[in-house]
Design a protein around this ligand. Structure first.
Ligand SMILES: Cc1cc2nc3c(=O)[nH]c(=O)nc-3n(C[C@H](O)[C@H](O)[C@H](O)COP(=O)(O)O)c2cc1C
Length: 311
């Protein structure tokens, strides 16, 4: 009798526990933010694994996706014998028109903005399969960052060759790494590639020297400039040109009296460039290094367009 009562009780308890676990799991799942799809892809070809190792490190540091260019016909040790003038790799490198076939499907690049492109140096150049690859995909509107590994040679003309063969994309100066490159060295290079270069301002066709502030707002403006930013400004009040950045960036407004040449952020999403004085709450962004006369000439003659880019 006792057993008959105990059994349904245990069953009920187990059911309660199962419901609690599954309810807990659901809540956790609901709280999880869906992972954003990577917009960086590391593509590499590696015959003996050295470039693969560097590519994997870059992908880990960048939280990027990886794609390996696999030759339809694998390179054997004899194929790679560079002391043999008749080896497959040497013969291929001697003929710039050779295009070794790629195995499998080419990657879908639509979700990616930045592509790291890695390869070994063969006879001072990119292996011909790399030429085949860049000619077979559409790199339009992508930023391509070439890198290579080698015994000792630099990247030489490889990046320029690939850029010419691709015919599209924005290509950065490539970099050679030894197979045992450290994460620190790669990190520093990645930062440099991401636009640690100077932010360049053009007013109309004229490039102007700017001393930029060191603050969060300038960092965010630079990130937008790295994608290419064009701002249409209008003359206002006889002392400034003002135009929308297109989106809000961090503001830390402080009551300010501006001088000619000052560049400030107004209301979080407006860029203002002064050729006169004004007092308002702004976030300082920088200062154009031109004389008052030059600034008046440049900014008081009608509306202007400003373009911002990163070197
Ligand atoms: C056919 C061939 C030619 C090579 N030519 C050069 C060269 O010109 N300069 C150099 O420093 N290393 C040269 N190497 C060495 C490779 O660039 C180096 O071992 C590279 O890191 C290999 O990368 P992987 O393991 O990703 O294939 C050559 C290797 C091969 C197989």
């Amino acid at each position: 009798m006792k057993r008959m009562i105990l059994f349904p009780l245990i069953l009920l308890l187990s059911l309660c526990m199962m419901i609690t676990v599954s309810a807990g799991t659901t809540t956790e799942a609901e709280q999880e933010t869906p992972e954003a799809a990577a917009d960086v892809l590391v593509i590499y070809f590696s015959a003996t694994g050295t470039t693969k190792g560097v590519a994997e490190k870059i992908a880990a540091l960048e939280e990027a996706d990886l794609y390996e260019i696999v030759p339809a016909q694998a390179y054997s040790a004899e194929d790679l014998e560079y002391s043999n003038p008749e080896s497959r790799a040497t013969m291929e490198q001697n003929d710039p028109a050779v295009r070794p076939e790629i195995a499998g499907e080419l990657p879908d690049l639509s979700q990616y903005e930045t592509i790291y492109l890695g390869f070994p140096i063969w006879w001072g150049q990119e292996p011909r399969i790399m030429d085949n690859f860049v000619e077979s995909v559409d790199l339009d509107s992508k930023t391509i960052i070439p890198f290579c590994t080698s015994g000792s040679s630099g990247i030489g003309e490889s990046g320029a060759n690939l850029e010419a063969n691709a015919g599209s994309g924005t290509w950065k100066q490539g970099q050679r790494f030894p197979g045992d490159v450290s994460d620190e060295e790669l990190k520093a290079w990645i930062e440099e590639m991401k636009g640690a270069g100077a932010m360049i301002m053009k007013i109309g066709d004229k490039t102007v020297d700017v001393t930029w502030e060191e603050n969060e707002s300038v960092e965010e403006l630079k990130a937008l400039a790295a994608q290419g930013l064009t701002i249409s400004l209008s003359m206002y009040g006889g002392f400034e040109q003002v135009g929308s950045i297109g989106q809000a960036i961090t503001r830390n407004d402080v009551q300010t009296t501006t001088d000619p040449g000052d560049i400030v952020l107004y209301a979080g999403d407006q860029l203002v460039v002064f050729y006169g004085h004004n007092s308002w709450a702004y976030t300082r962004l920088g200062r154009i290094d031109l004389s008052d006369v030059e600034l008046t000439e440049l900014l008081s003659g009608g509306d202007v367009t400003i373009t911002l880019s990163v070197e």
